[in-house]
Design a protein around this ligand. Sequence first.
Ligand code: 16G
Ligand code: MG
Length: 551
Amino acid sequence: MNQQQRSALLHSSSLFPPPPGVKLSYGTAGFRADASLLESTVFRVGILAALRSIQTGSVIGLMITASHNQVSDNGVKIADPSGGMLTQLWEPFADAIANAPDPNSLLQLLDDFVKKENITLEGGPAARVLLGRDTRPSGASLVEAAKQGITCITGGTAIDVGVLTTPQLHWMVRAKNKGVEASEHHYYDQIVTSFSYLMDNIPRENSSKDVNDKLIVDGADGVGGEKLEKLKSSLKYLSIDVRNYGDGVLNEGVGADYVQKEKVVPRGFGPSDAGIRCASLDGDADRLVYFSVLSNSNKIDLVDGDKILSLFALFLKEQLRILDDKANTSSYKASLGVVQTAYANGASTEYLKQLGLEVVLTPTGVKYLHEKAAEYDIGIYFEANGHGTILFSETFLSWLENINNELSSTSKGSDQHKAASNLLAVSKLINQAVGDALSGLLLVEAILQHMGWSIQKWNELYQDLPSRQLKVKVVDRTAVITGNAETVVVSPVGIQEAIDAEIAKYTKGRCFVRPSGTEDVVRVYAEASTQEAADSLAHSVMVIVHQFLWF
Ligand code: 16G
Ligand code: MG
C-alpha cells in the first residue's frame, strides 16, 4: 500500500469513528444494528467491497437494509460477483475491520489483509461497487458513508442505484458481471416477459374457476410493496391489490416475518378478505409467504416457504417428466434436488420424499442452502420463513436451449416443447442470485393458474405438523455447538442425550436447539402430533437448555 493510499485511509476513517463499546458481527446476513450506530461500519464495509471488487476484477454489490427489523434499525451486506452472498472466507475479516478501535489499527488490518490476499492496489483493475438501499430513512446517509469507504480506495467507483429490493441489487450485480443489461428496467422486463410466457403456455382446460386472478399483497410498508405497486399494471392475467406499500410504518404489524411468526392478518387486512389469496413480502422483499384469512377472524391459514417449495418442486418435476417422455431427444438426466433446513416442517420433508425427490438439510442461513442447491442441475431451496429460489446449472440450461430449439422446429406447440420452454421461462423468471419475493410471487401465481388450484387446494398438499418455537436467554450462546445441519447438539456434552430422552416421549416428536445468528438467544424448535405435545416438548427442552447453559 503506497503512502498516498495510507493517508487517504487514515484521513477518511478518522471521520467515521466507531461507536464506543459496540461489538458487531457480520452474522448470517451482514451487519445489523440501530441505524445510529452504523456509519463507521458501513464506511468500512465500503472499503471491504472495494477490495473484494479489485481482488475478483468484478462488480460487487453493497446493500443497505435491515430486512424485517424495526424501522430504526439498519444493516449492510455485500453481494459477491455471482450475485450471491459475500464469500464466507471474508466474513472474519469483515468482523475484524468493523471492530477495529481506531484509524491506525484499521489501517494495519487492511495492510495485512491486502498482502495476505495478494490484492493489487496499484496498476490493477479499479474497484466498482453497486450501492443499493431499502426505504429506511437512515439509508440515504449510510449510502454516503459507503461511498466514502469505496472511494477512499484509489480509483474506486461507487455506482448509486438508489432504492431497490435486496434481490434486485443481487440480480444487477450478477447481470453486470455476465455482461448483460443490468438496470432496474431490465429486471422488470425479464420477469414480466417470462411470467407472460408461462401464463400463455397454460393448458386451456386448466384455466378453471377454482383459481381466480385476484391476489392481495401485503408490502410490509417497504420497498417491495412500492415496487410491486408500479409493476402490477404490466402483469397480464393477474389483478393485484397491493396494501401497505409505504403509507405506514415499515414492518410494524406487517410483512412476511410478522405473518409467519404471529399467524395473524397484517395491518390493513381483515375478515372481509376471507378466502381470497393473499401474500406478504418482508421489508426488503427477499422473503415471501402466502396466507388466507379465516372467516370471521383475524387468524390466517399460513402457506409458508415449505409449501412454496413443494409447489415449485411438483411443477418442475412434472415438466421434467414430460420432457423425458420424448424418446428422440438426446437424453440428459437432470438432477433435481431440494434443500431445506431443520426448521422445515416434518410433514413437508415427508411429502417431498414421497414425491421421490432428494431432500437435503443444511444449517440455517441462505448462504448454506444456496451453496448446496448449486450442486444440482435444478436445485430448489427454501427456508420455512419464505426465503428461497431455484438454481439452474449452466450445463442443463444450455442443453435445454438446444432441445427447445430442436423441438420448436420439429414439434412446435407439443407438450414436450411447452415443457422445455416452461423450464427456460422459470429459469429467467426466478432470481438466480438470491431468494426474491417479487419473482417468487409471479412463479407461484403462474403455477397455481397452470394447476388450476385455489390457495386452499394448494394448502392441502399436506398438513403441517404442529410446532412451537421458543427463545432461551443464556449466559453464552456460543457454548452451543451443533452438528448434522443443526439437528444435534455436539457441545455441551450430555445435552443431546437429555433432549433425545424428551423427544422419545412424544408421537412424531422432533426437536432441536441452535444458537441464533441474529439475536443473543438459543432457539428451541419442537414438533409433535398435537399442538399441546409440541408446546410441552419445546418447554421441557427449554428447561434442559437452562440447566446446561445457565451457569
Ligand atoms: C437471517 C438469514 C435467514 C435466517 C435467519 C435466521 C439470510 C439472508 N438471512 O435472517 O436466512 O433464516 O437469519 O435467524 O441469510 P436466526 O439465526 O436468528 O434464527
Ligand atoms: Mg429480508
